[in-house]
Write a protein that binds this ligand. Sequence first.
Ligand code: GDP
Length: 459
Amino acid sequence: MYKEDTIAAISTPFGTGGIGIVRISGDNAFDIAKNIFRGKTDFDKIRSNSIKYGKITDPKSKITIDEVLLSKMKAPDTYTREDLIEINCHGGSIVTGTILELVLRQGARLAEPGEFTKRAFLNGRIDLTKAEAVIDVINSKTKESTKAAIEQLEGSLSVKIKEIRQRIIGLLAHIEVTVDYPEHDIEEITGRMVYDELKKIKTELESLIKNFDKGRILRDGIKAVIAGRPNVGKSSLLNVLSGRETAIVTNIPGTTRDIVEEYINIRGIPVRLLDTAGIRKTDDTVEKIGVEKASTAMKDADLVIIITDVAEGLTKADIKLLETTKNKKVLVLINKIDLATDMQIEEMQRALTKYGVVAVSLKDSTNIEEIEENIISIILSDEISQNNEILVTNIRHKMLIDKALQSIEEACESHENRMPLDMITIDINAAAQHLGGITGENASEDVLNEIFSRFCIGK
Ligand code: GDP
């Protein structure tokens, strides 16, 4: 068990709020609370995991600071696995600050960012993936991302990584026995067997990496670029989706000269929408800059939304624009259906069957729901329905899985080049090391400090 001094911090966000929480963890947490808490029940008699009403009083000056609810939690069944006290007081920095100060004067040390969670990790209550998921829960902005973070918290990734790592270690042990003690009566593990298992592990690591993109989308959101000729309704789309009048909507071609961007939330997924200037050949320098920016924005977009005007039909410029979106996920909107006949709309739809198409009127807000549905289904290519898959949402995890995969690939190559088994173990061992770095089974102190310093104080 990891033992250290007693730490304290304000666990609620800085600023005014209904309540504030001061948290104390460590061997002296109960003594400190006993010194400053006055309730009906004698502090020592308060049962673990119960909450009591009382007052926080400065033992020296006898001044009462606040009426509070105090939670007493006895080790080891606590978040940090240490004795833990939580004081629910009135919100606002003055009250919480005064109580914290009082606690520190009783001998606690101000916690470093993430130190409570660090202790939970060091005391073996949670592993590193879970600790990092806590940061994600604290920071995540949307429902879907919260879900991904929580699932990770539940350890699905770490279970999977641990299982793969265990298989790798099993392989290592098997090889070692075979190489070092050939006289033992152990069924000789053939190179072929090792190779087959490595191939299986390789596929599993690859699928985890593939899921990283999806995890990234759920967590960080997507970048969608709106493109189309001048006046087709790009700014209108931005406005309809964001529900706010941020972009300038005019009917003078080429007014949207620069890129206007807006963050919106579609079904819990953050979407960064960029409205570009009409992409077309132009001599106007200001507009040209806009056009160049638009092309650049399209290059690293997760989705390009191309708007066409049904009243004008599919023009050469539209077709050219569609051609520039090769290898991109594309959604085409047939806009201004309020101005067109059914026949015109059907004709446009037929011409665009290659693409995901929605016929809309941005002016009348017709079929806006369909736009949102299509954005999500195109982006997640309907794989999202498989809720039980394991998402890798953390870049550090992804990099370590990448490295492990690389080592496994090198081991496979060595086998293909008929290298002896004990040579191959070097790479297999490296893969185990990398995976261990994810769950913290061999993480160095530096990595730990880096991770925990990203937490907010009090978590
Ligand atoms: P942009 O140049 O592509 O950004 O186009 P805007 O969004 O500025 O729209 C150009 C003009 O088309 C504006 O006058 C809009 O009111 C109009 N407009 C946009 N969508 C529709 C629509 O669905 N129906 C009709 N009738 N007009 C629209």
